[in-house]
Design a protein around this ligand. Structure first.
Ligand code: GDP
Ligand code: MG
Length: 741
């Protein structure tokens, strides 16, 4: 034979680069027509090579050969009716698994095939590689790497196609893959029947015809019926029987089982042939070795506890210095304003409302920054995912999910988070019940705004043991979250748990840049809140604590007593309008005279009377009888009211309340010192207050976030239930610790 014509089909998924490859192979020698019977465009081109004429046909882009669409029909009819010598299956090698799905179907038809691993440039750019010899061996057909856009590999591809076409001459042993214990026996039986009846033998192999019957391929079944109705009916009855069985046992159709097994088969191949860079493989191996220790049944939790404790210790050891510095800066600022402005409402507003309020919160910024920095390091390294993994076993007991740990940690599970993003993070929980339970208890965690409250109380009553107090608070918060979650999950939020699947990403060294960005983002969020919401609330509260002012007849006795003492004192050198403030400046050099001390004591009494007379004071006093069993004085009551708006307000309100109501000898003394000296504030009350703050209503922003996730009803529930719970627990804690300490 002088001249041979080989028909080569070009198949592939849409967008795999098939047309690009077609153009690269055939150049300008193209012919455009139509596929018979359908409106799909058919492109073909000729390549002359010596005495070989290659007739290349560009098949429509399809994902499968099920003949649902016109494209699939055209592609399948070409394969079953036109008997190509070889099919070049162009694959987007970057998604090898999905693209090979079509190859399996072509191979089941017994059509000779060559795989063009296209887009290899993308694969390499992604840092991956494909073991082509191994793929060839596993798939049982040749594979060639190509970059169609650059014409790379087209020569080798064509050579391989010609080799296969001339040696195989249009047919190969069809691929046989297992479709599992349910379908395999049926398929084998069907194959026997089809072979015996030679049903559709001209279209494809008997097993393929059987698969098409199982898939419910209407066109194959119609042709089968035309050829041999009895056999076709028998096959259909077999399919109906197995379909019913599958529906009953797996609630799946034969078609979906077939797809599952094909993908399973391909996943196995892809896993072996797609290589990630060697560093990556090494990293994964190293990660596995690290995980053997860090997620070990016994060592894991111990390491986790140590890491949390270290996080605190480092934070507080390092945070102390800038914290003291910032505190001094705000004190200096307050004094500066005091010394330049005349006594009056505006000065009080600026110094006691704005500077004291915002300063009290800003003083904790360095601490929070260090905390976030370390926390980000833990997150970025991949360790937080391990914590989630380890905690799943525990979480399950309480009706939660391993993933619940993330909302908890974001809310402040290792202190210094925020319940607002924490509540939003519950979106990752798929089961609505677990999501709701997680969301309701996540605000118990020690958010960044609660940290200052606990720290201030720790400094007042447990000086030097701040780190230990914070660790205890964290453990208490977790315990409360777990127990309440269990309570909720067995009462108002009943329902099944979902199985846990969580990926453990390989460990990676956090980058300094990444850590700084994370730290800054989180700290900035906190500061912005401090600068805006808290400033506004500080001023509101200042007003609530200042107005209405003390009636003149009640203020007069104080003023008279001060005037009486001042009359006996030697005249002042500089100012006479604001004696208290000049003393304040001088106090380091000259000790106070008995008269000066007397004046201060009277002023403190007066200020206290003023606060008691104010709206806030009245509210605090009104609550006194209710809150006394928990050990809270009226100043604490005021600050807790403010805490409904934002937890930061607790500290700033206490600061304002104490500096207005009780002017101590040293104005610059931290709030802790004042509280420690307050007779109406005991250690037992401090412990009860810590318990109350852990549990009571989330701040208003969190309530809004909650309502967006699960509706107003549950948000309102969180507010009421948490506060009631907090009250009961605080009363118990106060009464018990009063007996013990
Ligand atoms: P078809 O739908 O299979 O016919 O795909 P096309 O030939 O139209 O190609 C789809 C897109 O992939 C086009 O933008 C091509 O330029 C691009 N493309 C084709 N082959 C390659 C390749 O090997 N590497 C890269 N990076 N892009 C390619
Ligand atoms: Mg195309």
């Amino acid at each position: 034979m002088a001249e041979t014509t080989l028909t080569i089909g070009l198949a592939g998924n849409p967008n795999c680069g098939k047309t690009t490859m077609f153009n690269a192979l055939t150049g300008a020698h193209q012919h455009v027509g139509n596929w018979p019977g359908v409106t799909v465009e058919k492109k073909s081109g000729k390549i002359i090579q010596g005495d070989l004429t290659l007739d290349v046909v560009d098949l429509p882009g399809t994902y499968s050969l099920t003949a649902y669409s016109e494209e699939e029909k055209a592609a399948r009819n070409f394969l079953t009716d036109d008997n190509p010598h070889v099919v070049i299956n162009v694959l987007n090698a970057d998604c090898l698994e999905r693209n090979l799905y079509l190859a399996i179907q072509i191979m089941e038809l017994g059509v000779p095939i060559v795989l063009a691993l296209n887009m290899m440039d993308e694969v390499r750019k992604a840092g991956k590689d494909i073991d082509v010899p191994l793929l060839t061996r596993l798939m049982g057909c040749p594979a060639v790497e190509t970059v169609a856009r650059q014409g790379k590999g087209k020569r080798e591809l064509l050579d391989e196609a010609i080799r296969v076409a001339t040696t195989r001459n249009g047919s190969v042993e069809p691929l046989r893959i297992s479709y599992g214990p349910d379908l395999d026996p049926v398929l084998a039986e069907m194959e026997g029947i089809i072979t015996e009846a030679k049903l559709l033998a001209e279209k494809g192999p008997a097993r393929w015809v059987g698969i098409k019957y199982l898939e419910g391929d209407s066109s194959v079944i119609r042709h089968g019926k035309e050829q041999n109705e009895t056999v076709s009916n028998r096959l259909e009855a077999m399919v109906a029987k197995v379909a019913q069985h599958l529906k009953a046992t797996l609630s799946a159709s034969p078609e979906s089982i077939i797809a599952d097994y094909r993908y399973g088969y391909l996943a196995g191949i892809a896993k072996q042939v797609v290589r990630y860079p060697s560093i990556n493989a090494e990293r994964i191996r190293l990660s596995d070795r690290i995980d053997r220790v860090l997620t070990h049944q016994f060592a894991g939790p111990i390491v986790m506890g140590l890491i949390i404790y270290l996080l605190y210790t480092i934070t507080f050891a390092l945070g102390k210095f800038p914290m003291d510095g910032l505190e001094a800066v705000f004190d200096w600022l307050g004094d500066a304003v005091k010394n330049t402005m005349a006594d009056g409402l505006l000065r009080s507003l600026i110094v006691d409302g704005a500077i004291a309020g915002v300063g009290g919160v800003m003083g904790f910024v360095p601490l929070i920054m260090i905390m976030f920095f370390l926390l980000s390091a833990l997150e970025d390294s991949g360790y937080v995912a391990r914590m989630a993994y380890m905690l799943d076993r525990v979480f399950r007991i309480f009706g939660l999910h391993g993933t619940s740990v993330l909302p908890f940690i974001i809310s402040g599970g290792i202190a210094g988070g925020c319940a607002v993003p924490g509540v939003m993070a519950t979106r990752t929980l798929r089961s609505p019940k677990e999501k709701l339970a997680t969301l309701l208890v996540a605000p118990f965690m020690t958010c960044g705004a609660k940290v200052p409250v606990f720290l201030m109380l720790a400094a007042a009553f447990f000086p030097g043991a701040e780190a230990r107090v914070m660790t205890a608070v964290t453990l208490a918060a977790w315990t409360a979250a777990m127990l309440v979650a269990k309570l909720l999950r067995s009462t108002v939020v009943k329902g099944e748990s979902t199985p846990f699947v969580m990926e453990l990403p390989p460990y990676r060294m956090p980058t300094l840049r990444g850590l700084c960005i994370h730290t800054w983002e989180r700290s900035w969020q906190y500061m912005r809140k401090a600068g805006t919401v808290i400033l506004g609330i500080s001023i509101l509260l200042w007003a609530a604590m200042t107005f209405p002012s003390l009636p003149a007849d009640q203020a007069k006795p104080f003023e008279d007593r001060i005037a009486a003492i001042e009359a006996q004192m030697p005249p002042k050198v500089d100012e006479s309008t604001a004696p208290a403030q000049t003393e304040e400046k001088d106090k380091a050099e000259t000790p106070e005279s008995p008269q000066e001390q007397a004046v201060k004591a009277i002023e403190a009494e007066k200020a206290e009377a003023e606060l008691l007379n104010s709206y806030a004071g009245r509210a605090g006093v009104a609550m006194q009888s209710v809150m006394a069993p928990a050990g809270f004085n009226w100043r604490v009551n005021i600050s807790l009211l403010g805490g409904f708006a934002a937890k930061e307000v607790i500290v700033s309100t206490l600061g304002t309340a104490y500096s207005l109501g009780k002017i101590e000898a040293e104005e610059s003394a931290p709030l802790s010192e004042k509280i420690a000296k307050d007779d109406s504030f005991s250690m037992a009350a401090a412990i009860a207050l810590i318990a109350f703050v852990i549990l009571y209503a989330p701040c208003f922003v969190t309530i809004v976030a909650m309502s967006r996730e699960v509706g107003w009803k549950w948000a309102a529930f969180a507010m009421g239930f948490n506060t009631a719970l907090a009250y009961v627990v605080a009363v118990i804690v106060f009464q018990v610790s009063r007996l013990l300490v």
